[in-house]
Design a protein around this ligand. Structure first.
Ligand SMILES: Cc1ncc(COP(=O)(O)O)c(C=O)c1O
Length: 406
């Protein structure tokens, strides 16, 4: 049976909104995806029938809240294919990377090296630069090929016995390219380096089998994966979590506090200081459950058919230039393009007048823009609920921009 996009769309109330007389053609999923009823219901259930703080209370509402929060952790763990005690709730993907940069980073010594790439989101660059300033580590950048992939051929010369961590985007938020994890892990292990994947753009496209990837850290954001804002998750190998000191201090992350000193709670609690974002965590659990219930073989084929329609359509528009892998192999449904002589923001504004939402600019990937000497691109990022009408509206808008703005 083919993928039933109409049934999927029905689960997302916002997709039937009419704004200024136009339907919503939402193609900015890489920035934030939309939220299905299942997630909205889970958050509402918490707020209306379970709302209390977690872990601290002995009353029944507190017990309900704690159970819902821990069930959400189990749902995230199931989505990643890992034990639940290895999942830490964070404030988002950026927060998760900062946690690793601070806590794992505090175990590193001056002169130790971290390898990222030129196509990383700023979230996977700036925390390491801050660590460099704090701790005297060195930061190396793997180059990017002309078709917007991390150039793995350069890794052997960049990896040294001082390289402690290789931290790369699982999927690029600009070009949609999927990194070859097996090759990265094999190369990293030759020098004993750990591997972290920034899964912000991969997690929204279906469940993962983290143990099969044989990596050390994985991070992703809730709001890009059909969940609420202000929540994300970090997975790390248990021995690493055990060795890492806390990031933030406060309630919940302690074993025992005296005036003289404090002992730490075991992970994951050690890394969840203070009252966590309980409703958002429950929403993320529901989003992971919702994603596990989707037919991803069908959804992925559907998404890539939309990419094909989009790329084919853009190639026919005078002045439109695709940026990123030309093939559909090893890529996810994120497509960047430029329109000769037109600023990406003007393209996006024109598209907005056609009811089409996209992202334009540097996409928090300025080193990548520098590498290609670009001001920015217009980025189309697709989710399973997008359909041909979304792509066709976008192509009509780009044709209009090409006719009127060039
Ligand atoms: C690849 C990648 N990493 C990290 C982030 C940061 O995510 P957040 O802003 O949700 O923390 C993003 C957001 O666009 C991203 O695309």
């Amino acid at each position: 049976m083919s993928f039933d996009v109409v049934a999927v769309r029905r689960q997302f109330p916002i997709l039937s909104e009419i704004i200024d007389g136009q339907p919503v053609h939402y193609l900015d999923n890489g920035a934030s995806a939309q939220t299905p009823e299942a997630v909205l219901d889970a958050v509402r259930t918490y707020e209306t029938t379970q709302r209390a703080n977690v872990l601290r209370g002995v009353h029944r509402l507190a017990e309900r809240a704690t159970e819902a929060y821990e069930t959400a952790r189990a749902e995230v763990a199931c989505f990643l294919g890992v034990p639940e005690m290895e999942v830490v709730f964070t404030g988002g993907c950026t927060a998760a990377i900062n946690l690793v940069a601070y806590s794992y980073g505090s175990l590193l010594k001056p002169g130790d090296r971290i390898l990222v790439s030129e196509l990383e989101h700023h979230s996977n660059i700036v925390p390491w630069q801050m660590l460099r300033q704090r701790a005297g580590i060195e930061l190396d950048f793997a180059p990017v090929t002309v078709d917007g992939r991390i150039d793995l051929d350069a890794l052997p010369r960049l990896l040294t016995p001082r390289t402690k961590l290789v931290s790369l985007a699982h999927v690029s938020n600009v070009t949609g390219s999927l990194v070859d994890v097996r090759a990265v892990v094999t190369l990293a292990r030759t020098v004993g380096a750990k591997v972290m994947l920034d899964g912000a753009q991969r997690a929204p496209h279906g469940p993962l089998d983290i143990p099969a990837l044989d990596i050390d850290f994985y991070v992703f954001a809730g709001h890009k994966a059909y969940g609420p804002n202000g929540i994300g998750a970090l997975w790390a190998k248990p021995a690493l979590l055990e060795a890492m000191p806390p990031f933030h201090g406060g309630g919940s992350m302690i074993g025992r506090v005296t005036k003289a000193e404090t002992t730490w709670a075991p992970p994951p609690r050690r890394f969840e200081a203070g009252t966590p974002p309980i409703g958002p965590a429950i929403g993320l659990g529901a989003a992971c459950k919702w994603m596990r219930g989707l037919d991803w073989t069908g959804a992925h084929a559907h998404e890539m058919a939309l990419v094909e329609r989009l790329m084919g359509g853009l190639q026919k528009i005078d002045g439109a230039q695709l940026f990123g892998p030309a093939s559909l192999q090893n890529r996810y449904p994120v497509v960047s393009f430029m329109l000769d002589g037109v600023h990406p923001h003007d393209v996006a504004q024109t598209l907005d007048s056609f009811g089409v939402a996209v992202r334009a600019g540097h996409h928090c990937a300025q080193p990548l823009m520098d590498r290609f000497d670009l001001d920015g691109t217009t980025r189309v990022s697709i989710a399973p609920y997008n359909d041909n009408a979304d792509i066709d509206a976008l192509l009509t808008g780009v044709q209009h921009a090409a006719r009127t703005l060039r």
